[in-house]
Design a protein around this ligand. Sequence first.
Ligand SMILES: [Fe+2]
Length: 269
Amino acid sequence: MFYSLPDTYSKAFINIAQIGILINLNSGEYTRIMKIAAVSDIHSPKYLREFVESLKIRKYHDIALVLLAGDIIDKGAVSFMRPVINAIKKTFKSRIIGIYGNEEYDSVKNDIKREFNDVIWLDDETYFYETSDIKVAIVGSRGVLDRPTWWQQRNIPNIREIYLARIKKIESLLRAVPKNYKKILLTHYSPTYATLVGEDKRVWPMLGSRRLEKIILNTRPKIVIHGHAHRSVKVEAWLRGVRIINVAFPARKEVTVIDFSEGLEKYLI
Ligand SMILES: [Fe+2]
């Protein structure tokens, strides 16, 4: 069921079956359980085989949402998106939400959106997911870099302005989420340097943005999910109570499962 909320992009999806309930036997209280699967940087066809194999190793239960954090394909090769989406649909049977990475070139974004309309693509937009138990708002964006790559500097003359405008947009989207929704920020580029440990320090400004940290601290999403950092050895970090999670497949070697349960954070995270 879909209905509108007073925001730029607002849909709500009702799926009670994918939300469980955990009863705390000591207190008699119960907790809503919500699990999210997230992955990025499959760079299909580059890591396609490893990705499909990785799905067979682990058993996935009760995944409410699958989040794709960009660079699912390599070099704008749209046709290589299909085997990834098919494998995900076969494994998870959950709603899929995606953002574009730097390899989903601007020139193919419309083709991707049209051809893979079984995925909800967010391009500086918010998706509202709602069940009878839980309300989640996912703010999705390619994200920003503190220093544009050499290619970007040469080919996109206004790239610095684009990034500045995008930071403001992300902030306004996060601020616009109603208080009764838990906020997730989903970006491709890293929104901090904390999860870039393992990458060459000299290129950190070209892999992510410390400028987004301030926005995160001010707007307090519950979790921030990103990709792009293939060589990261510190795939999770905390930013004053905000959990930052790098889900890049080359760093993780599997889909990352995130427990996003109401009230369980203090026990499981
Ligand atoms: Fe990337």
